[in-house]
Design a protein around this ligand. Sequence first.
Ligand code: NI
Length: 295
Amino acid sequence: MGKKIVMLGILCGILTFIGCHFSTETPPTFANNEPGSMSTTYHEQFAYNQFVKQASSSINLMMPFYLADGGLSRTIQNCETYIQVENILGKKEQPLEEKTEEQEQPPAKEDGKQKRIALTFDDGPHQYVTEQILTTLQKHEVKATFFMLGQNVAKYPEIVKKADALGHEIASHTWSHKNLTKLSAKQMQAEINRANEAIYDAIEKYPASYRPPYGAIDEKVREAILLKPVLWNIDTLDWYHKTPAKTLANLKAQAKNNGIVLMHDIHQQSADALEDVILYLKEEGYEFVTTSELL
Ligand code: NI
């Protein structure tokens, strides 16, 4: 009986030892994370670069993607998935550093130069909204470009003067916001000249550029108007949804180097969105310039 207990004891000891042995051996094969242990490593590493690239160029921050086997892009469904991917890839980053160094750019720079962006505000000046926008811009030491409507300039010349004195660029948005492509050359010129004079009356200088209302421009307009036309390539659609969070989301999705952001200084919600817009772009390393400095 005693012998049996001793034998059982020894047997249990051996089994326990084997159990521990396996349980301490098994995890390191995962922890070591040898390249061969994961067939998708290359794609995921590549995916990480894609994600960083995607995020830094801010094409669509809301929907990061990675490349699955076969190189097809897949949207990362939720935050947890992204964290998992990031953790796996974070460990793998070093060996491929040499290879990816040229592809990856530091977030604040592109081609070794500072990223630049121009904030523009159309359709003002507005009695209250433009004032609020000027205050926010001053607080963050940001210079912007105002494409002002001549008829509003004539109404609120003091606001135009203030914007000019604060170092912002005053440009023209024509006199009365007509679609220039529907006008005769004479009518187009009247729209431009009248706005030019109103701006000159306010700040004693003429604008260097204009933005055609609705972005409507064709060869006829270009021929008739010698002032430089300035359009935009980042549309917040602030005038349409009138929602500060959407203005910010649209900006995040489109922000890029040499971008010209379209906003309007006649809607309260646009003014309310501005601070977050500026903070985001500063965080992303953008330098704020006027459109004349950019183009
Ligand atoms: Ni407009």
